[in-house]
Design a protein around this ligand. Sequence first.
Ligand code: CDP
Ligand code: MG
Length: 645
Amino acid sequence: MQEVRRSLPIFPYREDLLAAIHEHQILVIEGETGSGKTTQIPQYLLEDVTRNSCMKIGCTQPRRVAAMSVAARVAEEMSVKLGNEVGYSIRFEDCTSERTVLKYMTDGMLLREFLTEPDLASYSVIIIDEAHERTLHTDILFGLIKDIARFRPDLKVLVASATLDTERFSCFFDDAPVFRIPGRRFPVDIFYTKAPEADYLEACVVSVLQIHVTQSPGDILVFLTGQEEIEACCELLQERCRRLGSKIAELLVLPIYANLPSDMQAKIFNPTPPGARKVVVATNIAETSLTIDGIIYVIDPGFCKQKSYNARTGMESLIVTPCSRASANQRAGRAGRVAAGKCFRLYTAWAFKHEMEETTVPEIQRTNLGNVVLLLKSLGINDLIHFDFMDPPPHETLVLALEQLYALGALNHLGELTKLGRRMAELPVDPMLSKMILASEQYKCSEEVLTIAAMLSVNNSIFYRPKDKVVHADNARMNFVVPGGDHLVLLNVYTQSGHSTQWCYENFIQFRSMRRARDVRDQLEGLMDRIEVEVVSSQEDSVPIRKVTGYFYHTARLSKGGYKTVKHQQTVYVHPNSSLFEEQPRWLIYHELVFTTKEFMRQVIEIESSWLLEVAPHYYKSKELEDSSSKKMPRKQGKTKEELG
Ligand code: CDP
Ligand code: MG
């Protein structure tokens, strides 16, 4: 293993790098993916005898998977037990101890640490890694860390990035020097399709098999947009291999995406047995965050799943869009790490040039900012318009976030943090969820609301619906339906489960999600003391629960052909998976709005409009809540194909 460490591209630069870190407070470090930035730099710092050994080194990662797998790798290289000297911290999971000196964590977790330690006094070095990903949390960290570095001259800040955008980082950090680690990169031949592919999933499968049959040894990496696609692709590949039988060499098909259980994730790093070929089917997690050795062939359909946000209506959508040219080039680069490679782009050269954006728009410009605004306000940063953003968010998005926090009572009419807001910020969940948890105190149903909050945060992965057992799965799901709405269904599932694998299996419930929900619930319950909420049960009365499930901010009323949101008069629909899809009650509260084929409300609960005046008198006027129709709207029969899509 020490041999491998010495063979990494970064190794020859060890001394120069340490010297540069000594000399400069802020350093931008640029190097190809796989050169050793994430795993080696912290170790070099630890091995440095001049280091102040009482202080920690923190290294942020945009993705949970990367934080965990990199920490495990480094613990192994250092021959220590994960969680002791080397640990990781991700939301709802802390694998560190008193002894931890090197802490890998998600960028969101470091952001939360500012709440308890505003100057990060226990750290001597902060590495903002994967800076090029430009996640919302990383972008906010840039501003905060630049600020504290001014009055903490002893703090070293390293901004590590793949070979993208480094000039911009340098510029933002007052012309910090850029340390470049020359890559050891082999040439990659790029092939385009002659005409656009109608079905890129099928095209991927065909390309994998063609490579497998016609090309010399070397593993394959395929980029798809998400879990469903990846699973479908893996299934197709396995099935075709089975049919071809002994006519072809063995093909190991391995998926990798953020929600995959960690033992399955670890498999992609296992060396390929001789005579076989490995194909890793991945999301863009494999673009820069993870390095898989032995990849010679890359298949790139040119898409990714991207979040976008409509600041007028507050609707978030996750849509498959063409990836950027910068992404495409990163993907291609994955083929040239160990030897000359080939990248098969399943789009035309024309599309690459004319249909793809140069770079990906930073997340801060296409997401809801409620959470981050609450956090910044809690840190005493009041003037958000003049916060030092590398790229500022759209003005309307900031305004909507402020408006939402005001409606929830977290800010007063001057935009200042209230006592409630301060307590809300203590909980590591969305402001609407934290509001709901805090409100549960008054309505004496915190026991139930904690469960609902936990179930909502493992979001949409509770029910298991395998393609070949759709009818059984849907029947099982029907058995959990209780009157009132989806939140109560989730509560019911949690209460009944008893957390047994067998029970989950029989009821088409994902055991993993349930286990995670329980962890989340335990963590939230542990925080109740701090925010002074007593954990009590409503004793099976659903009315208090429905009153606080408390997204009074997200109210919709039945209207012709669908629903209209009360505040923005936007037409929305109940999601076909909802327990209230058939019933269509007059007033609803929804957990989230997502656009897939239509504007769907996901996780809805039935309420009475009069409750809104009770729970949010500052936000609703009785006039807004008058019922225009006295009868329920007639509902068309059955689900349309579009709704099921
Ligand atoms: O951060 P950067 O992309 O520059 O590289 P790294 O993540 O430090 O990876 C350096 C090397 O460590 C890779 O080439 C992998 O061989 C190895 N590695 C691994 O085997 N398992 C991991 N979970 C992470 C890295
Ligand atoms: Mg890295």
